[in-house]
Design a binder for this molecule. Sequence first.
Ligand SMILES: CC(C)(COP(=O)(O)OP(=O)(O)OC[C@H]1O[C@@H](n2cnc3c(N)ncnc32)[C@H](O)[C@@H]1OP(=O)(O)O)[C@@H](O)C(=O)NCCC(=O)NCCS
Length: 149
Amino acid sequence: MIRIAESARDYTTLLAIQIECIEGLTDTYTPDEIQHWVDYLKNETADRYSEYNNTVYVDDSGKIEGFISWKTTEGSSASIESLYIRNSYGGRGIGKLLLQNVEADLPGKTIHVRSTLNAQSFYERNGYIYTGKSISRAGFMISLLKKKL
Ligand SMILES: CC(C)(COP(=O)(O)OP(=O)(O)OC[C@H]1O[C@@H](n2cnc3c(N)ncnc32)[C@H](O)[C@@H]1OP(=O)(O)O)[C@@H](O)C(=O)NCCC(=O)NCCS
């Protein structure tokens, strides 16, 4: 089931999922980069999610298994900040489901994504165009992509 996250308890779960996912990106980032990124996140509060709309996927027991954070920006744009699916729930179509759920709310918008390098091809498979590289707020390399809906 998909729902909107909005409680402090939800945000704490999102932070835990994000950290779990980042710790799994060992094929893409060095141990130092991952450690630095996790430390950066641990210094943030779960409030970091409150500036976004957070759509979550919950399993039959109500446990959050993944989430997508997004917001509309100026003009006809929107941005996706985060999309993280628990490692044990990957490959079941949840990432695609959350992405399509957000896209359905944004007709006519151009969505900009700041993606970890490993997920670039996931977005390309979902119609996003690669536009270049950038450095994230935590200081590591990411890919920029966009899609006109
Ligand atoms: C990347 C991520 C969000 C994908 O979510 P997921 O639920 O595992 O992916 P899905 O099962 O919905 O896959 C949808 C499609 O994308 C493909 N896909 C999934 N991960 C992929 C990847 N890393 N590269 C290329 N294709 C990928 C699947 O094969 C599937 O293809 P299909 O539609 O032809 O069957 C998830 O693996 C994840 O959270 N990874 C770690 C964190 C991360 O990197 N997040 C992105 C930060 S912006």
